[in-house]
Design a protein around this ligand. Structure first.
Ligand code: SAH
Length: 230
């Protein structure tokens, strides 16, 4: 069984969007992964197809109703569905390469995209939604966040990007930022490719890349080198 993503959203027409381009799009066409976007409004029960209501306790904006969202989740994912149920949320656990890799090796994901002020807390609790954030800033909706999550995951699905070990040196895969990359021409605006890279000495190249990775990580992301607290 290949990776299957279900998206619950008020804007299903946004999908697959960028996920339909390039190698991810080819993987989608070839059936290496699949995606279905469901309109939350299809689960509304009144004449106006209402999905939201005002926040209890007052305040600005609207909140997605728990009963409508729960009906959508229950229809798409029966209790026996092994896929994680994810809610895109700025309050969630920050997305990491490690979580993306876990998801890529699994059967897929059911992803809820919030809108307005967010989602009634009771449906998050009752359907055990895993909240994932793509960074410390607030977007207008969960759709772009879901695309970010899926793009990070789908490129790791075996076969999507080709070469099995083409990820090994990438940023975050080994806890470091990637070394700088170069390609021809040999000289660009008076700047040459570092000589070591054209030396043909693979041991020396590997050592140089490792040193560059470490130096870059130390200056830009020292937090990655700290021992993990959790
Ligand atoms: N009032 C909320 C923000 C709502 S933004 C708060 O202050 O926490 C509307 C929707 O956009 C959210 O429900 C979520 O699905 C999505 N969203 C916004 N920022 C996000 C982020 N950094 N990561 C993931 N999803 C985000």
């Amino acid at each position: 069984m290949s990776f299957h993503a279900d998206i619950i959203t008020l804007f299903p027409e946004l999908f697959p969007g960028p996920l339909g381009a390039s190698v991810l799009g080819r993987g989608l066409a070839d059936g290496l992964w699949s995606l279905n976007a469901t309109h939350l409004r299809d689960f509304a029960t009144d004449r106006h197809r209402t999905v939201d209501d005002t926040p209890s306790g007052g305040g600005a904006g609207m909140v997605l109703k728990p009963d409508i969202l729960a009906a959508a989740i229950d229809t798409i994912t029966p209790a026996s569905d092994p896929r994680p149920r994810i809610l895109m949320s700025p309050r969630g656990k920050p997305l990491t390469q490690a979580r993306a890799r876990e998801l890529a090796l699994g059967p897929g994901a059911v992803i809820v995209c919030g809108r307005f002020e967010g989602v009634d807390q009771r449906v998050i609790d009752a359907r055990q939604l895993e909240e994932i954030s793509i960074g410390d800033y607030v977007l207008a909706g969960g759709e772009v966040a879901a695309m970010v999550l899926l793009e990070a995951v789908v490129r790791l699905i075996p076969g999507v990007l080709g070469g099995a070990d083409s990820h090994a040196d990438e940023s975050f895969e080994n806890g470091l930022l990637e070394y700088p990359q170069y390609t021809r021409p040999q000289s660009f605006e008076g700047l040459d490719i570092p000589a070591v890279l054209t030396s043909g000495d693979h041991g020396k190249i590997a050592r140089w890349r490792r040193e560059q990775s470490l130096a870059l990580t130390r200056t830009r992301r020292p937090d990655l080198l700290e021992p993990k607290s959790s």
